[in-house]
Each structure stands twice: as C-alpha cells, then as structure tokens.
Design a protein around this ligand. Structure first.
Ligand code: NZQ
Ligand code: ZN
Length: 398
C-alpha cells in the first residue's frame, strides 16, 4: 500500500495528505438526459426476453409512465410481468414475493421504474432470486452471491437515493423494524436510464425530501472526511451547490426541466463511486442514525435526515470546524456553515423536528441501540459514537 504523508497547503483552501491507492468501480451503463426513457425497450431487448417490472403502488400508473414503459417493452418483444407492490421503505417480505415470481417464471431481467424504494426492492429481488434464500439472509450473513441472471435495469423517477448508480439497497424487516443495507455486486444495474422528464410529476414534498437526501449523501462524507482530497472536494462541493441552488427553483416551478436535470445529475453522482473520486474519504454516519427512524416510524427518509442534520453537524463542530467553514464558504458563500444549512432547510420547507414526525421521546435510547446494531459503518465517525452520543443527537433533533 503506497502511503506517503506530506502535509501541504496547496491553495485549494485545505491541507491535504497524499492519498493511498484507490479503485474506481462502477459497471453500470448510465444513459442520462431528457428523452432517454425512450431507450428502455431497446436496452432491455439487448439484455433479456422476460421481465419483471418492479414499481410502486400507484404513481407510475397514475402518471402514465407505466403504460409508456409497457408499450415500449412490448414493441421490443419483451414479455413483462408487472410487480406494483413496492411500498416506500421497501419491506423484505415484499422483496421475497417478487423474487419468488422471478424464479417461478424464470425471468431474465428485472426493471425498476420508480424512486429509491422501487430500485432497492428490485436489487433485493435480483439478489434473492439468484441466491435462492430470503433477502434478509443475505443482509444478516453478508453472504455474497454469484450468478448474473436476472440482470437489472433501473429507471429512477425521483432525484434522491442515487440507487441507480450503486449496488446498495436499503431494506426493512417489518417484523423487527430493522432497516439495513444490502450490498452485492450482482445488485449493480447493468443499465440505468436517468431521464429528468420522469421526475416532472413528483410533487413538492417528495421533491424536497429527495433534495435533502442528495445533499446529505454529499455533506456527510465531506464533513467526516479525515483525509480530504482536492478533486473529491471539488466534485462534492459542486454537486452540493447544484442541490442548494436548484432545489429552491424546482420547488417554485415544479416543471422546470433544467433545474430537475441538475438535481438528477446530483442524485446520480452523490451516492456513487463518483463522489469519492480523487481519494477523499469520509462516511455517511448520519444515515446510520436516520435508518432506525424510517425503519421504526415508516417516515420518509428525507424527513428523518432533515430533522437530524443541524444536530449532527453541531455535534461535529468541535472536531470538524474547518470542514464546516469550508462548506459555508465554498457551497453557501457564507461564514457560518451550521446557520447556512439551517436557513437552507427552512427555505426548502424542511426545517423539521423529530417530535413533529411522530417520534416518541421515550424511544430515543432504543433508537440509538438500533443504530449501533444496524449501521456498522458508524465506526467511521470522526469520534466514537456510543449510545449516549447518538441519543444526544436524537434529543437535540427532537
Ligand atoms: O409508491 P408510489 O405510488 O410509486 O409513489 C412514490 C412514493 O410514494 C412517489 N413517486 C415516485 N416517483 C414519482 C412519484 N410520484 C409522482 N411522480 C413521480 N415521478 O414518491 C414517493 C416516494 O418514493 P420513494 O421511492 O420511496 O422515494 P426515494 O426515491 O426518496 O427513495 C427512498 C428510499 O431509498 C432508500 C431510502 O432508505 C428509502 O427506502 N435509499 C436508498 C439508497 C441507495 N440504494 O443507495 C441510499 C439512500 O440513502 C436511501 O437510504
Ligand atoms: Zn439517503
């Protein structure tokens, strides 16, 4: 491992250590842009003949996007089984139901049409269909699977999770309310069709929730970085600025395709290997503290994040003030990073409190336990995150 430390001030407004060797891996063909949706049938026909189309319970049928997808797939000779049972915060039981259909009908391609919930459920279906066990088995054991049929195509209709450009899926076991991350190379989409036109029908609330999610995918590793790097900081600061600048415009004019396009780009970058290009580190430790909230209370992931963000940033002021100052200056053009973030959350209508999201004060310690159980990556936090420290963040956000 090549590792040389030569701290230097290189004018990028930061002090950087020479980084170690890193690997960039993303085996997904990403087709982006307005109108890209028209390529779905052609791309699916290159991959398979019999598809499971995984989507939510209503919005894709209501928006007409499901009908357009079915017509295009039919035109390209793809036999489609529609599985429109995915709930927000997808359940492992629903995933297993979909996997059983794939195995029973020997389907060779799984197409996700929807937001992060549909895309994550489709990934779980692929893993469970190939592996042959219930999806929770792979989450609990981290057992990796091998095999490449069915293959996955993702078509995001929300700029939020970034599930279209990674191999992770966040699945909830509704019996235990544990919300955990499944990660397997077989869950990388073979093709992702990122068409911002598909997000035009998304109402203001899920649009704002999605924008906050993208911002957090970027700001969490940025603030927690122990070994920041100029290229990574450049990519992440620019992507954060896209969300900070364009989310308010979209909320003012929901059919602003230019602004929607910028949010879609930021979404695809933010939770993918692109965001650590250049060797920067850091971790999404606030996500580990949020998942127990959406797992236990079935709230929107973006709402949980918005409520936690000021308290989480505040908890790092003693160890990451330099990163907060850089965030303030380079992303908001302000002096105080915490105040800038709080004002932005207010501007986009996401200045939320956990008590207003139904979280019981008496449950905060249990939630902290659950975070330590379900999010092993909390160990990458700049300072030791014990139960008391996590509960303190929940209390400050309550
Ligand atoms: O359920 P339907 O009827 O389809 O309606 C959906 C849903 O109610 C609706 N919707 C989606 N696209 C629409 C639309 N309505 C109108 N027009 C459209 N174009 O919006 C609602 C929210 O959809 P959902 O998929 O739940 O939202 P999002 O994309 O924010 O995904 C959230 C899920 O992603 C996970 C979260 O934990 C949560 O379960 N995440 C996945 C990640 C990953 N794989 O890397 C990372 C993220 O951090 C996140 O944890
Ligand atoms: Zn997220």
């Amino acid at each position: 491992m090549l590792r040389r430390f030569a701290p230097r001030n290189d004018g990028y407004g930061g002090c950087y250590n020479i980084s170690m060797i890193t690997t960039f891996y993303l085996p997904t063909k990403i087709i982006s842009g307005a109108g890209a949706f028209k390529q779905l049938g052609k791309e699916a026909a290159r991959i398979g003949k019999k598809a499971l189309l995984v989507t939510g319970k209503g919005s894709m049928r209501k928006s007409g996007l499901l009908g357009r997808a079915l017509a295009d797939l039919d035109k390209h000779g793809i036999a489609v089984t529609v599985f429109d049972k995915i709930e927000p915060n997808p359940r492992s039981s629903t995933v297993d139901e979909g996997a059983a259909i794939v195995r029973e009908k020997r389907l060779d391609v799984v197409i996700a049409l929807g937001g992060g919930s549909a895309m994550d459920a489709a990934k779980g279906i692929v893993v469970a269909a190939i592996g042959g066990q219930p999806v929770w088995h792979y989450i609990e054991t981290h057992q990796k699977i091998s095999g490449n049929v069915p293959k996955l195509i993702t078509v995001p209709t929300v700029a939020a999770s970034g599930s279209e450009s990674n191999c992770g899926a966040v699945i909830t076991n509704w019996e235990t309310h544990d919300k955990c991350v499944l990660s397997d190379r077989c869950a990388y989409p073979v093709v992702s069709i990122v068409d911002p036109e598909l997000t035009l029908t998304l109402p203001a609330k899920p649009t704002a929730q999605g924008g906050v999610d993208i911002f957090c995918h970027l700001v969490e590793p940025y603030i927690t970085a122990g070994n920041p790097q100029p290229l990574t900081d450049g990519i992440v600061e620019t992507s954060m600025k896209l969300v900070v600048d364009y989310l308010p415009s979209v909320l003012e004019k929901l059919d602003d395709l230019e602004a929607r396009s910028q949010l879609s780009w930021a979404s695809t970058i933010a939770c993918s290997a692109f965001a650590s290009l250049g060797g920067g580190d850091g971790a999404m430790t606030m996500h580990g503290i949020e998942h127990p909230l959406s797992g236990m209370y079935d709230m929107a992931h973006g709402d949980g994040l918005a409520a936690l963000l000021p308290a989480w940033l505040h908890s790092l002021a003693d160890t990451r003030q330099d990163r907060l100052d850089k965030l303030a200056g380079n992303v908001f053009g302000k002096k105080d990073g915490l105040v800038a973030v709080e004002n932005w959350l207010k501007l986009v209508g996401m200045n939320l409190r956990l008590r207003d999201l139904g979280v019981e004060k008496a449950k905060l310690k249990d939630l902290a336990d659950n975070a330590l159980k379900t999010a092993p990556w909390l160990s990458a936090h700049p300072k030791k995150l014990e139960k008391a420290a996590i509960a303190a963040i929940y209390r400050e956000a309550w």
